[in-house]
Design a protein. Sequence first.
Lengths: 196, 308
Amino acid sequence: MDMNRRQFFKVCGVGLGASSLAALGMAPPPAYAETIRHFKLANTRETRNTCPYCSVGCGLIMYSRGDGAKNVVQEIVHIEGDADHPVNRGTLCPKGAGLLDFVHSPNRLKYPEVREAGSNEWKRVSWDEALGRIATLMKADRDANFVTHNANGQTVNRWLSTGFLAASASSNEAGYITHKVVRSLGMLAFDNQARV
Amino acid sequence: MASQDITARSATTTPMPQVRQVGEVAKLIDTSKCIGCKACQVACSEWNELRAEVGHNVGVYDNPNDLGADSWTLIRFAEYENPASGNLEWLIRKDGCMHCADPGCLKACPSPGAIVKYANGIVDFNQDKCIGCGYCISGCPFDVPRLSQKDHKAYKCTLCSDRVAVGLEPACVKTCPTGAIVFGSKQDMQMHAAERIEDLKERGFAQAGLYDPAGVGGTHVMYVLHHADQPSLYAGLPEAPAISPLVELWKGVTKPLALLAMGAAVLAGFFHYVRVGPNRVDEEPDPGEPTVHQVDPSVHVVDPNKQP
């Protein structure tokens, strides 16, 4: 044994000092803030909308990041049901609950496209081009195939060669106008994407 | 102080704050109202920003096939042919963390603060402090936590503690289209369940009841079951869940004894060092064997090849 009395007191002194420092709080303290899960919707912008899927037309709140300042690109970070909406009162089905991925889907259609007859490629067109093309083709088809009288000579004024598919989640007003436009042209085949 | 008081913290012996009176919350899942639409699964993955890998269909409706580090809740489908009525019953249960009042995961966890229990009853994992040992999985009577293959940390349902802290309901509760999942104080949920059970009994489910197992001190996620006498019908819901006795043995007996033994070993080492000192090699060179082998001249070597 090499330790003499003086060395023994040194060892004891150092040990006592170190443990006292630790006990007095010199050891790194645990961080309490990290036990809190931060609420991710704080300071997001809320926008009301209607679910685009089916004819139930559930109300949504879309939460987006960014306060709309000039140098910020807003991005939708969360979508959930609108508790104030009388249709769904905050609930959503699995499709509606997953709308965030629908919004951000890389396959999402964002502009009108046309595939010409005989072509296998979709080509981007402007809205004006698309609407003009639809109107031209509808008029040509209606002029060619509009039926004014049936075999018995009764007036029917119907147009059977074109159909119309409308949105199912429209408001009553939009649905009323759509109905009037389609029926006033004499179109009979008229439906909506009530279930997608 | 955290916005929610913590009443239990893994591997910690210091007392937790107890002064504030916080009511216990509970989520009630009514299996008789669930249609298995999985909106809760989608809402959970959306709120918690989890996107599990697309899996494979193994011939059942369960999708994904099992809970995972990125699938914290799962609708499990079970078919049951009722011998009494002859009906085929489709029993659908939303699986996930039960938020036990006496959580086995917390008891088994060796990492301080990796698992906490809030005063409102929510049991939450703190992945920053998780060491990935997986003891919480063996400690859980319901087999809920899962280790991630990405970061080797354990994950499970948080009961949306971030939403509950600001007065919102968990994401699965909000989205449920049939109202099969409801949320409120534990007492209110028990009362709501009692009404549902009465209704189910009137409709011919005589064994309808509440699943709030006492073996884990009650849970903060409770089920209304049509067949409360046979919970195992619902895709293996445990009949009498309890923390494994091995966890109690390890944490209750073995760990303190082992800590005592370790402390005693250190102390004994210190006193041995002080009293006896280290073993020292003698510094005087050992004469030992000489490096060159000396042949004893009295020994004759017989060489048969040597010519005389």
